[in-house]
Design a protein around this ligand. Structure first.
Ligand SMILES: NC(=O)c1ccc[n+]([C@@H]2O[C@H](COP(=O)([O-])OP(=O)(O)OC[C@H]3O[C@@H](n4cnc5c(N)ncnc54)[C@H](OP(=O)(O)O)[C@@H]3O)[C@@H](O)[C@H]2O)c1
Length: 392
């Protein structure tokens, strides 16, 4: 099979021939039809963590099960059957641990960390959901304490019975993460009857889109406006933000989002102080950071630290994927995928085009000088590559 392989020592990435992997107990073999790109994919190619001679890179995938592990032959689970349409994510080269990534024609994965893609949803669309969807769910439910419709194990800190409006800010509402964070907050509000005021920041060209289902923002503010922090506070009628999600989490964004909080506010961030270049000691309320990889349940060697295997995070991830899978039986999609920008070419175009758009460091430093339409800046969408056409 073909796979996109990084040589960490030289930072060279190329399409190479590798043996098709075999599923172990609890795993399935998946023919990958589509992969979606995330900033980490490009970041850890430019700044490799991996020390092995070669690593298959890539995070988000969707495809079709072509074989199952020895113990799954008689499983009744929808995701453990040959022919099942599934999606999920791998850590790829974003750790020192030698686990293969998703940018390959075939991959294996534990069936319980996959979700069943409903009929009517393309595999291209499904490939956009898993990693950022779980990141948003971890942020909104586990860290910010919204009541969770698919997991009652964590005690919520948001009081859904209060008659007060809960003011919620999503900074960078048009990012992939922001599109899932808004849906996740709306899910909590709808499931538990919380009264929320959803406030987002984004470029004005995205405001109309973000007012519609499934995001349903009440207030949208242009983050280019130097007074956006004041405008957010005004929108809360002076009460300040109760729960904030900073989908950029780089330097000034963390300080400014922090400035919108009231004294009991909470702030979820998605880059740590080192990667995001901010100093938490400057802040009255400590930002809550977490890494989505914990959901995969392995120990992670990452940016000079070792994060131990986190069984609770894995259980949460399996509940999240079970929840998404219910759409395959009840027909109700639980999280709408990001709009897809289908990029030309396959594995061989991911680095020269996709990674050029993502940049190799801070999101706020992205720039492109290419004139092709598909090379316009990323906004409210996910870059997707088709690996194999559905039906082939
Ligand atoms: N901790 C974790 O586990 C985890 C998991 C997933 C992602 N992340 C991190 O989360 C961040 C977001 O990832 P993503 O995939 O959601 O990004 P993305 O979709 O590629 O972000 C694109 C968005 O960035 C916005 N943007 C560009 N410049 C901006 C600025 N100066 N201020 C505010 N917004 C700006 C744009 O908004 P407009 O178009 O409206 O201008 C655009 O919609 C990344 O740093 C990623 O590494 C962390």
């Amino acid at each position: 099979m073909k796979a996109l392989v990084l040589t960490p020592a030289t930072r060279d990435v190329s399409v190479r021939e590798l043996p098709v992997p075999e599923p172990s107990n609890g795993e399935v073999l998946i023919r990958v039809h589509a992969v979606a790109l995330n900033p980490v994919d490009a970041n850890y190619v430019a700044h490799p963590l991996a020390e092995q001679e070669q690593r298959v890179i890539g995070t988000d995938f969707a495809g079709v099960v072509t074989a199952v592990g020895p113990d799954l032959g008689s499983s009744s689970d929808l995701r453990a059957k040959v022919g099942a349409r599934v999606a999920g994510f791998h850590q790829g080269a974003c750790s020192t641990n030698d686990r293969p990534g998703a940018f390959a024609e075939y991959i294996t994965a534990p069936y319980d960390l996959l979700w069943a893609v409903p009929d009517g949803m393309t595999l291209e669309a499904a490939s956009t959901v898993s990693m950022c969807g779980l990141t948003a769910a971890q942020g909104v439910f586990t860290r910010l304490g919204f009541p969770c419709p698919f997991d009652d194990q964590t005690a919520p800190s948001v009081d859904s019975s209060t008659s007060d409006v809960i003011n919620v800010l999503i900074y960078s509402a048009s990012s992939s993460l922001g599109l899932y964070a808004a849906q996740t907050v709306q899910l909590a509000a709808r499931s538990f009857g919380c009264k929320i005021r959803l406030i987002g920041t984004a470029s004005p060209s995205k405001h109309e889109f973000l007012r519609q289902e499934p995001y349903r923002y009440d207030v949208l503010i242009d983050y280019h406006d130097p007074n956006w922090v004041e405008k957010v506070k005004e929108a809360t009628e002076g009460k300040g933000i109760d729960r904030a999600v900073d989908c950029i989490s780089e330097g000034e964004t963390v300080y400014k989002v922090h400035d919108t909080l009231n004294e009991n506010g909470k702030l979820a961030v998605f880059r740590g102080p080192k990667g995001g270049q901010y100093d938490p000691t400057r802040l009255r309320i400590k930002p809550i950071y977490g890494s989505v990889w914990e959901g995969l349940g392995h120990e992670i060697g990452y940016n000079g630290i070792t994060i131990p295997a986190n069984p609770e995070a894995r259980v949460f991830a399996t509940k999240f994927f079970n929840f998404l899978s219910t759409a395959a039986t009840d027909g109700k999609v639980k999280l709408e995928p990001n709009p897809v920008r289908l990029m030309p070419g396959g594995l061989e175009r991911i680095v020269p085009d996709g990674f050029a758009l993502l940049g190799s460091g801070m999101l706020l430093e992205r720039s492109t000088s290419r004139s092709e339409d598909y090379m316009r800046p990323i906004s409210g969408e996910k870059l997707v590559y088709r690996i194999v056409d559905e039906g082939k």
